[in-house]
Design a binder for this molecule. Structure first.
Ligand code: FIX
Ligand code: ZN
Length: 418
């Protein structure tokens, strides 16, 4: 047996890893945040933090109001109820509650006073533009990928009108409605002047490609993305699979875009809860293996929602260099599973994946999402380098920095260029 790493050496290693993890700026490759000038869609501030759909789901377990009546209340009233129920009447132990407190604490606010009006007063002094810079500095995030949907009326109008782009915000073209509800998408595309019929004729598929090209260029979208239900399959050549194979994948090849698949979301498990009502299911990753093998020139960025799919995803990524696993998505974005997933990926893939994306819907959330992920990443990497040190392999500071940089966005950028 090799001699254990002494406590002194382990502490030095931990300090070196912490330094690299905390000082490396992140590329946040999937969020629901918006360029501040994109039609006022960017959400931020204490009330938005409190009404985040993760907390809506939690308050729904505790309070008597039916979900529909809760959702008709003013946002400020919803925020007050959530604050009282989840923070005052019970301890805020869940990850989503803790996230609000980490955010406030890192902003320099005194959470122990439990004073919502005082918190609101503090936020009232900011405007979106200066606050973006403050949050990005605190979270040490250098760029933010948005989720941009031409099917969202408000967003579509803002893009069509045009606005001065903030170069820290990068576009990603989201096409869920196109792939998961073709009949409805076809009607919309027809309204917007694309010559599409309900059947997937060659002309219709070419028009879908024209639509994708127009929006890719308008947004300067770096990748295309979709979230898929657990049942998604290519086997029976359903409309979704046909559109993917005959329009989306050729489009991605033509424009040099990776295709991001977010697999395993079961929408509207409890429709009364709105966004908070979605759940998950285990996906058949055989479908993903088929796509990676049959379309070797395409690149697939993939995250899975079911914990049970994480191991299989890592094994598949060992087989296909055109597959890049990313992030600990949504219900996986809790320290317990981030820790497990990071360790699993490091042990099976080295550093050839993207450790995390924030999925933030409210700007301020990048502060806690990255703070909490950085803690897990430091601890997992310290353990892994300590394992190496047992063999006499001493990682240098430059090597650790290189590795961390890869995990926090560098590997993603390289994959996009491949
Ligand atoms: O589909 C997605 O991009 C999901 O991340 C969202 O729909 C989800 O509501 C979310 O915010 C998860 O973090
Ligand atoms: Zn998302």
């Amino acid at each position: 047996m090799s001699t254990p790493v002494t406590e002194f050496r382990r502490n030095a290693l931990a300090a070196m890893v912490d330094r690299a993890v905390n000082s490396t700026p992140v590329i946040d490759i999937h969020t629901h945040l918006y360029d501040p000038l994109l039609g006022g869609l960017l959400l931020w501030g204490i009330d938005e933090l409190l009404v985040y759909h993760y907390l809506m789901a939690e308050v729904n377990r505790r309070q008597k109001l039916l979900p529909e009546s809760f959702l008709t209340l003013r946002k400020s009233r919803q925020a007050e109820i959530i604050w009282n129920v989840l923070f005052i009447q019970h301890s805020p132990l869940s990850e989503a509650c803790r996230g609000v407190l980490t955010t406030l604490h890192r902003l320099g606010l005194d959470v122990k006073r439990r004073d919502l009006p005082a918190l609101r007063d503090w936020f009232a002094q900011w405007n979106a533009e200066t606050y973006v810079t403050r949050c990005m500095e605190l979270a040490n995030v250098k760029s933010i990928y948005m989720t941009n949907s031409p099917f969202d009326d408000e967003e579509r109008a803002a893009w069509q009108k045009g606005f001065l782009r903030d170069e820290r915000f990068v576009a990603a073209l989201r096409v869920d409605p196109l792939l998961v509800d073709w009949p409805r998408a076809a009607r919309r595309l027809a309204e917007w002047g694309y010559e599409v019929g309900e059947g997937l004729s060659t002309h219709t598929l070419n028009e879908v490609r024209r639509f994708l090209a127009d929006w890719t260029l308008r947004m300067e979208a770096r990748y295309l993305m979709v979230s898929l239900p657990p049942e998604f399959s290519c086997d029976d050549d359903n409309e979704c699979a046909q559109l993917m194979k005959a329009a989306v994948l050729p489009h991605c090849l033509e424009f040099g875009q990776p295709f991001a698949l977010m697999m395993g979301v079961r929408r509207a498990v409890n429709p009364q809860l709105g966004l908070a009502g979605d759940g998950l299911g285990r996906s058949d990753l055989g479908t993903l293996a088929h796509l990676c093998a049959a379309y070797p020139e395409n690149r697939f960025l993939v995250t899975v929602l079911s914990r049970e799919n994480q191991h299989e995803l890592c094994v598949l990524a060992r087989k296909f260099s055109n597959l890049h696993p990313f992030g600990c998505w949504w219900f996986n974005n809790v320290p317990y599973l981030i820790d497990e997933t990071l360790r699993l990926r490091l042990e099976l893939l080295g550093t050839s994946f993207t450790a995390q994306h924030s999925d933030a819907r409210v700007l301020d959330q990048i502060i806690y999402k990255w703070d909490h992920t950085r803690r897990s990443l430091s601890s997992a990497l310290t353990d892994k380098y300590a394992d190496l040190a047992l063999t006499g392999w001493e990682p240098t500071a430059a090597e650790v920095e290189r590795d961390v940089q890869g995990l926090l966005g560098g590997a993603f950028e390289q994959f996009c260029k491949m």
